[in-house]
Design a protein around this ligand. Sequence first.
Ligand SMILES: Cc1cc2nc3c(=O)[nH]c(=O)nc-3n(C[C@H](O)[C@H](O)[C@H](O)COP(=O)(O)O)c2cc1C
Length: 118
Amino acid sequence: MTVLVARDTRFYEWMPTLWHAPDARDNFERKPQLAHETAVRNATLTGAYLIMAARTLGLACGPMSGFDAAGVNRSFFSDGRWEVDFLVNLGYPASPSSRPRAHRLAFAEASRWHEPAT
Ligand SMILES: Cc1cc2nc3c(=O)[nH]c(=O)nc-3n(C[C@H](O)[C@H](O)[C@H](O)COP(=O)(O)O)c2cc1C
């Protein structure tokens, strides 16, 4: 199965249901750049949670961003409201060790650490 992880560009229409601040919907509607950045961040994070949950259930996940996003949007989201972020191919692995994990950077290579000034 292939999941299309996508953002609802008008997610803020749900704010009265999802969020306590009464002006949240209008605030995003007035600020399209903020709305876009928020939609991208939250859809991507939600896709990451999907990967973690699927792996917890024993599924293998193959996330992909190397695809024709405009073509996917035309085919699946033709009204323009939703936009694809990335794809996740899900399935049961033929064997748990069928493919070795890719290299991971060490913490010191992948992060910056700043001590507070005293
Ligand atoms: C958001 C995202 C997009 C990715 N897009 C691609 C892709 O387009 N093509 C590809 O070969 N690997 C892509 N990868 C990497 C692979 O799906 C896979 O995660 C990587 O090979 C590491 O595999 P491992 O977790 O089994 O070590 C992507 C990974 C992520 C998280």
